[in-house]
Design a protein around this ligand. Structure first.
Ligand SMILES: Nc1ncnc2c1ncn2[C@@H]1O[C@H](COP(=O)(O)OP(=O)(O)OP(=O)(O)O)[C@@H](O)[C@H]1O
Ligand SMILES: [Mg+2]
Length: 589
């Protein structure tokens, strides 16, 4: 733990992560919503484009079908001898009588609006739909085409009344030459109505004003009982439509954009309209106007908006959920982090406190030590002073003086012995480790113990079969073991043997591999109230003890990165265990 990291404020984990995460999430949701929108627009545009293509196809198909029907009708008429005879006679009343009922049927059932009988010189003989008009020269593209090609020709053509008509003209041939021309036609309104019914789209037929005069158009409007305004658009005018009204938003600029090939969406009241355009080409191949295809996409748009809203809401909800979960997870992390930070702070405070207490403890131990040393030396010295005074007073009596001098000598010896044991203790600070055969160290110590200890206690050693070599200072280990043996002997009252054992054991603190050198006796044991004091320097329960034996053992253990523990045995007696690490090399101190 670095002190510098403790003074710092704990980092705000939540703030550091939640904002970038929220920004990324918002960006993803935004991208999702925009993509959904554009996909929907593409689907909508494609749908209208497909419908516009379908309109164009259906328009062509209907014209083909109607052309076939018209051709069939005219062929039937040309096969009719009676009609042929009256046409050849140019008797208009007889022709009306002969063909009139057929035309009425065609008008009622097949929406045929025009039927002409024309002479080989293209002069009109009879208009069945307007019998009062006749005798005029007809020079429309279809008529000229039929004459020049000598076969049936059909196509869209603008009529004099501003109506757009699908016409078919065919020459009536006889063995002796051309009898004349038959022309049949239908108004475009019927066609667009059919397409409107089939494809559910509205159509507006617009014709370029360059191909029509305002008077013609107004005449046609009155004749066909239609609504409309010549000035509604700048360059074009409506000639047919399936919707009741031209939408107000449909103006010249929208038409220009549609003519350029695009599609347009606009709102008209509460409707949403989507428009596309097809070119309108007449029988001569000229683009005479436009066919505007309009689709009401209100329902589609509403569904689309609803689905986009639902998707956005769901995404927002999911995003908020994820953000919430993330927030709570981060909250927990931040709380743990703060707790750890506080703990570290407390630990540091405790460490400082501990150091202070340790210092106080050291001072108090030093005080005790000084007191003890003074006490230990003072008694014999007081004796020396008193005995010396006594000897001086009784100097006349040589026997008494000798006796007193012997006592002075003994007191001096006591001081000397005490100073020696103090010196022994201080020697422990010298430390030199080397590979050491443990069995040998134990054996030598036991031998020394037997020579010095008068009590002749029985000592039993239990060593592993394989030789154990540890990297230790043999002198210090011997010194520690000797002290433990001495204590064991001093505690033993009866016969019990002292057992020295060496066993493999992991460190009780770190679990590191190592060995335990233990000394077990069968003595009186250690009283519980003194158990936690026995390793203090100068603590002793013996009248002649210095209380330095066990501190020496503990010091030796610490120098080897080991530990020493004491425990009372259930059956009486004490076991001291010195744990030593099993490693390659211990650094010299
Ligand atoms: N094997 C033991 N059995 C019971 N008590 C013990 C044993 N070893 C140590 N003690 C207790 O621990 C005390 C401290 O022992 P330590 O060896 O430090 O000092 P000492 O033996 O009293 O004096 P010194 O060893 O300096 O002559 C002893 O006085 C004794 O009360
Ligand atoms: Mg001792």
């Amino acid at each position: 733990m670095k002190p510098s990291s403790i003074g710092r404020k704990p980092r705000r984990v939540k703030a550091a992560f939640i904002w970038p995460f929220a920004i990324v999430l918002t960006f993803i949701l935004g991208a999702f919503a925009v993509t959904a929108y554009f996909m929907e627009v593409r689907v909508r545009d494609r749908d209208l484009a497909e419908r516009a293509t379908a309109v164009a196809k259906l328009f062509d198909q209907k014209l083909d079908k109607d052309a076939n029907l018209m051709q069939a009708v005219l062929r039937t008429m040309m096969d009719n001898r009676a009609i042929e005879a009256v046409f050849a006679s140019l008797d208009r009343d007889a022709l009306i009588r002969e063909v009139g009922p057929l035309f009425e049927t065609l008008r009622a059932d097949h929406r045929i609006t025009h039927l002409y009988f024309d002479s080989p010189g293209l002069v009109n003989v009879l208009r069945l739909h307007s019998p009062g008009e006749f005798g005029d020269l007809i020079e429309r593209t279809t008529m000229i085409g039929a004459r020049d090609q000598g076969k049936a020709v059909h196509g869209l053509e603008l009529g004099p009344l501003g109506t757009l008509t699908f016409r078919l003209v065919t020459p009536w041939r006889r063995s002796d030459g051309i009898l004349g021309y038959l022309e049949i036609g239908e108004e475009i309104e019927y066609l667009v109505e059919e397409i409107h019914d089939s494809l559910s789209v509205d159509l507006f037929v617009l014709v370029d004003k360059r191909f029509m005069l305002p008077q013609q158009w107004h005449h046609g409007l009155a004749l066909l009982n239609r609504q409309g305004s010549w000035d509604r658009f700048g360059s074009h005018v409506t000639v047919a439509q399936t919707a009741a009204q031209v939408p107000s938003a449909l103006n010249d600029s929208v038409l220009a954009s549609l003519r350029a090939g695009g599609t347009e969406v606009f709102e008209d009241g509460n409707r949403v309209l989507h428009l596309a355009m097809l070119p309108l080409v007449d029988a001569g191949g000229r683009r005479i106007g436009d066919l505007v295809v309009m689709r009401d996409i209100t329902a589609l748009q509403t569904t689309f908006q609803r689905s986009v809203t639902a998707v956005t809401m769901l995404s927002l909800l999911a995003g908020a959920g994820v953000l919430g979960l993330f927030y709570f997870a981060l909250d927990r992390v931040e709380r743990d982090y703060r707790r750890q930070h506080d703990l570290e702070h407390q630990l540091l405070r405790l460490g400082t406190e501990h150091q202070r207490i340790l210092q106080i403890e050291k001072l108090s131990v030093l005080g005790t030590m000084v007191g003890e040393i003074a006490h230990q030396l003072n008694n014999p010295l007081v004796g020396v002073v008193n005995l010396a005074q006594l000897a001086a007073r009784e100097a006349d009596d040589p026997a008494r003086t000798r006796e007193l001098l012997t006592e002075i000598h003994r007191a001096g010896e006591d001081c000397h012995a005490f100073i020696q044991s103090m010196l022994q203790f201080s020697k422990v600070s010298g430390f030199e480790s080397m590979p050491t055969l443990m069995a040998q160290v134990i054996e030598e110590t036991v031998l020394l113990f037997r020579q010095t200890e008068s009590r002749h206690c029985l000592v039993e050693t239990r060593l592993p079969e394989q030789p154990v070599i540890l990297i230790v200072d043999p002198i210090l280990i011997r010194h520690a073991l000797f002290n433990l043996l001495l204590n064991a002997a001093q505690a033993t009252v009866g016969e019990g043997a002292i057992v020295i054992a060496l066993e493999r054991a992991a460190s009780p603190d770190s679990g590191a591999p190592g060995w335990v050198l233990s000394v077990t006796d069968h003595g009186k044991g250690i009283a519980p109230d003194v158990m936690d004091k026995i390793f203090l320097p100068f603590f002793t329960t013996r009248s002649d003890g210095t209380g330095l034996g066990l501190p020496v053992v503990q010091h030796v253990a610490l120098l080897h990165d080991g530990a020493v523990t004491a425990s009372n045995l259930p059956g009486g007696g004490t076991k001291f265990a010195l744990w030593l690490p099993d490693r390659e090399q211990i650094g010299s101190a």
